[in-house]
Design a protein around this ligand. Structure first.
Ligand SMILES: C[S@@+](CC[C@H](N)C(=O)[O-])C[C@H]1O[C@@H](n2cnc3c(N)ncnc32)[C@H](O)[C@@H]1O
Ligand SMILES: [Mg+2]
Length: 449
């Protein structure tokens, strides 16, 4: 495997890619511990106070359709979703935040991980998301997995309904963005989800490169929230841990009374000083972590003195410590897995190119086989004969569509070869006057890097 020096995604060779693809297919065949009851993603789930059913809130619905915010976000971030579940109540008042707060939090994580990868020069190959909810962060990070060097994403939540919704939204996102993702550089990523209580450490979440937990701790009683963070920093030992929680002081911006929590489900909310003191405590208890000053996310004009709507901690492991959590401690159950197929397009293109060159080398063009039903004589070959020369496991080659392969061939031969489908058989036409050596030279000249 070759590595790019700047850390912006490694240009993987075909073999590395197809091997990874093969392993991924095997992993996807593993049975799940439990299959979740499929939640209705159309159904509104009022988890928190102040949430109004958008089906009955015409003004809100209008804003949702018309708000340029959504489109702007989709273009800029490729978040491509206007799923209700991406916004909890205060964030629905999204005119406060541009882009929406959840998008800003996801971006904060993306930037922090990108910087961490660049500075440490080590790939974030395993990423864990704890209290993943409806998997907004997973969707938001997909297109950067190649830059991070990620190959495994594991997510856990205690709520089966959120997980089921998250799985469906993630699958929808991966399908809708399949084209873009397949053009990104990177290895395919296995994304697994688990049902479990994050208060219990699970060996599969130990020694990962990064753990992220956004807006989760405040949903657990403070004592337990501290236990969770202590477990991460003392037992799971990720190389980087990022967690966030609301800045209670910021509730004033939403017109809330002092002491009133942002969500009904919150067990506590911290003001800036309290959060900062918690980080001080953590620095004392876990000296092997370097813990930055709090980061604030989500600013609103006119409220700069309140810093930001969310406060986040970034903790980096300083020593070369490894978790000693025994392998058989696996309380979480697997409930889903899905693949983010990064990089498949370039690999497919290169495999088709190799197959075409090999086929050209082995194939004789006989005068007797010339077709003479057009303007000028030509040879017709079924694409399947060429794809027979693909050097890739069936799991990968099966994903290469014949018509797409012909498009690639037209491109790499500077359109000296034409599409020719006869009686439903996808094929190519090579004009008689087209010299084989010239064709091979053109393919070499057009090599994509
Ligand atoms: C406000 S949501 C945040 C979801 C997600 N992190 C995000 O940023 O969109 C909080 C999530 O934490 C989950 N949660 C709360 N307590 C948990 C626990 N003990 N173990 C696992 N997940 C928990 C909830 O089910 C919920 O999905
Ligand atoms: Mg919350």
């Amino acid at each position: 495997m070759s590595h790019a020096d700047d850390g912006w995604g490694a240009p993987y060779d075909e073999q590395t890619y197809v091997d990874a693809y093969d392993q991924l297919e095997l992993a996807l065949l593993e049975p799940l511990d439990r299959v979740l009851e499929k939640a209705d993603i159309e159904q509104f789930r009022p988890k928190f106070k102040n949430q109004q059913d958008p089906k009955t809130d015409k003004k809100q619905r209008y804003r949702k359709k018309k708000n340029g915010d959504d489109e702007w976000r989709d273009v800029l971030y490729g978040f491509g979703t206007s799923d209700e579940s991406d916004f909890s109540d205060h964030e629905k008042r999204k005119h406060y935040f541009q882009p929406p707060l959840q998008v800003q939090r996801n971006s904060f994580v993306k930037n922090t991980l990108m910087q961490f990868k660049r500075n440490s020069q080590v790939e974030i190959s395993r990423l864990a998301i704890m209290g993943c909810g409806e998997m907004s962060l997973e969707k938001g990070l997909c297109e950067y997995f190649g830059s991070f060097g990620t190959i495994n994403v594991i997510s856990v939540d205690i709520d089966p309904v959120s997980l089921s919704v998250g799985q469906q939204l993630l699958q929808k996102y991966l399908t809708q963005h399949g084209d873009i993702l397949s053009s990104e550089t990177g290895l395919p990523v296995l994304m697994r989800s688990y049902l479990g209580d994050i208060l219990e450490p699970d060996h599969r979440f130990a020694n990962v490169d990064a753990i992220v937990s956004l807006e989760v701790v405040e949903h657990i009683p403070l004592e337990d929230a501290k236990k969770f963070v202590n477990n991460v920093l003392g037992i799971l030992l990720p190389r980087i841990f990022i967690f966030s929680t609301p800045n209670h002081e910021y509730n004033a911006v939403f017109g809330m009374k002092p002491g009133e929590f942002r969500h009904d489900d919150h067990k506590f909310e911290m003001n800036r000083n309290e959060f900062s003191c918690w980080l001080d405590e953590l620095r004392v208890s876990f000296p092997h972590y370097q813990i930055e000053e709090p980061h604030y996310i989500g600013m609103t004009n006119g409220y700069e003195d309140l810093s930001g709507a969310s406060q986040a901690a970034v903790c980096r492991l300083q020593d070369d410590l490894s978790s000693t959590l025994p392998q058989d401690i696996t309380p979480y159950v697997t409930v889903g897995h899905v693949a983010c197929r990064l990089g498949s397009r370039l690999v497919a293109y290169n495999l088709v190119r190799q197959a075409l060159l090999e086929w050209l080398d082995k194939t004789e063009f006989h005068e007797a086989e010339l077709k003479k039903d057009g303007y000028s004589p030509y040879w017709n070959f079924a694409i399947s004969h060429i794809l027979h020369h693909l050097h890739a496991p069936i799991s990968f080659s099966a994903t290469i569509d014949e018509k797409v392969a012909i498009k690639y061939i037209q491109g790499m031969t500077s359109h000296k070869v034409h599409l020719n489908c006869v009686n439903g058989v996808n094929g190519i036409a090579i004009p008689q006057n087209q010299k084989k050596a010239d064709l091979i030279a053109t393919i070499h000249r057009n090599e994509l890097n």
